[in-house]
Design a protein around this ligand. Structure first.
Ligand code: AMP
Length: 482
């Protein structure tokens, strides 16, 4: 088993890692850290919760420890881009924690909060800037930051960053960074079409794939309950009332759905907060903080909380509604069983969601064990005019099936028209996407790194799922609604 000191990291970084209680690098860290220290571009895929953040943050800090040159005013040496505000804040926290014995400066630039303090934080130049794309572009346009001195760019949750909703912003941002730079793209899922796009930004990258991408961690006890739509609330309340539930995230597909679920859980006497893209940033932060500090034990969330968010001891993930993008399932359930712990993922699947379940099972490559036999009488989920009112096509019907609903018990096929870019302003509400699976600390720590798997060769089923998810609606457009 490797040790951090074998990786050639500086004393200050080693000390911080030790203070975090890490004894040895995880497989993704063991492979990404040396490649980044060599100055290589990296395309890294690894299950969620397996230490991706440290894999790119430690080498960045190492470079600053070795050779710290003060950045010029309104510039940043390293740019880290993330799809959600929460994930950006979390990455910055990791930079601070891993960098606590160093002297680097860090700033966070995200939407939903006042720009003034961000402008001030960048005014004298910053070593590591963590940003969501929309707000960063605003600051670039306003002259608060320029990227012509940036030497390293990291895209976390890279598959989401390269999907349609974000791509125009990412291209613009990358066009302002000098071509001579180091670029690292990291994610838990990397669908093939997105992998092809990654080449536009990478130069002869080292490809690191730890374990089968999109395969959920084995430490998650997954199950599906086949239910009637009308009994979902009762079953959810019963599930969450169990003594085993220490801390749970309940996922819905829509913002309105998240609010409704939060309300009926509160009415049932359960302590729940909701987080989604229609909440103010202050409310989002409050809800996440309350969940993290244990003052509420249930977080009801859209996919905004599905990617990257690392909260300790989430014992249960419950899909009140299955996601219509199969990769989101992997990312959602990756909120539990992190850093070697185990967890439970329960999905309530009504009759209209069976096709989503089939897509998920194709992606993960096995059948998820199921109980119950409800759902036969549920109406299909209609598509609202191809693209629905908010541009994502993934809402539940309000009042039964619309005109174009098909008969039977199937959800609508996602249409295959050319997807349109996401609306301006929607980008920063995209979710964190991800994390498929991690293997828990035992496996994380290297017993079986899983061998490098050439990226660009993901499993077969993913292809059809992705193709469908890109027709009609991109992941980001889905995200844009959360
Ligand atoms: P991440 O995938 O970066 O979100 O990390 C998942 C969790 O693993 C976080 O709670 C980290 O603190 C933890 N972690 C990261 N690296 C290590 C390591 N080498 N040993 C033990 N835990 C780690």
């Amino acid at each position: 088993m490797k040790h951090f000191k074998d990786l050639g990291l500086a004393e200050t970084v080693l000390k911080a890692v030790e203070a975090e209680g890490y004894t040895s690098p995880t497989p993704i860290q063991a492979q990404v850290i040396p490649a980044m220290l060599d100055g290589r571009d990296v395309l890294g895929t690894a299950q969620t919760g397996t230490g991706k953040t440290a894999s790119f943050v430690l080498p960045l800090l190492n470079r600053l420890a070795d050779d710290h040159q003060r950045p010029a005013a309104k510039t940043c040496g390293t740019l880290i881009l993330a799809p959600t505000r929460e994930l950006a804040a979390q990455i910055a926290d990791s930079v601070r924690a891993y960098g606590k014995y160093g002297r680097q400066s860090v700033a966070v630039v995200v939407g939903g909060v006042k720009p003034g303090p961000q402008i001030k934080a960048m005014a004298r130049g910053v070593d590591i800037l963590v940003a969501t794309p929309g707000r960063l572009m605003d600051h670039m346009q306003g002259g608060a930051i320029r990227l012509d001195q940036t030497t390293t760019v990291i895209l976390d949750e890279a598959d989401q960053m390269l999907d349609l909703g974000f791509m125009p912003a990412i291209r613009k941002i990358m066009s302002k960074v000098p071509a001579k730079r180091q670029t690292a793209l990291l994610s838990a899922t990397m669908p093939k079409p997105i992998r092809a796009l990654a080449n536009d930004f990478l130069s002869n990258p080292v490809e690191v794939a730890v374990e089968t991408v999109a395969k959920p961690i084995e430490l998650i006890d997954q199950s599906v309950i086949l239910v009637d739509r009308s009994s979902k609330r009762r079953i959810l309340t019963e599930t969450l009332s169990s003594n085993d539930v220490e801390r749970a995230i309940v996922f819905t597909r829509t913002k309105r759905g998240a609010d409704k679920v939060q309300r009926f859980l509160a009415d049932a006497g359960l302590s729940a907060a909701a987080i989604h893209g229609n909440k103010s940033q202050n409310q989002r932060t409050k809800a996440l903080d309350a969940f993290k500090n244990g003052s509420v034990t249930i977080l009801v969330a859209t996919d905004i909380a599905a990617r990257g968010i690392d909260v300790d001891n989430v014992s249960h993930v419950v899909n009140f509604e299955l996601p219509n993008i199969p990769e989101s399932y992997v990312h959602r359930i990756g909120r539990t069983a992190r850093a070697g712990k185990s967890g439970v993922a329960i999905s309530l699947c009504d009759g209209a969601e069976r096709e989503y379940l089939r897509d998920i099972e194709k992606l993960v490559g096995y059948k998820i064990s199921s109980t119950g036999n409800g759902g036969a009488g549920d109406e299909p989920e209609p598509r609202r005019g191809g693209r629905n009112g908010n541009g994502n096509g993934n809402r539940q019907p309000r009042n039964g099936a619309p005109k174009n609903a098909r008969s039977g018990n199937r959800p609508p096929r996602r249409n295959k028209q050319k997807p349109r870019p996401a609306a301006q302003g929607a980008r920063e509400d995209a979710q964190p996407g991800n994390e498929g699976d991690s293997d828990g600390l035992a496996r994380m720590l290297g017993q079986k790194p899983g061998g490098n798997r050439p990226s660009g060769k993901p499993g077969g089923p993913r292809k059809s799922s992705r193709r469908r998810s890109q027709g009609g609606r991109s992941e980001n457009r889905q995200s844009a609604s959360v």
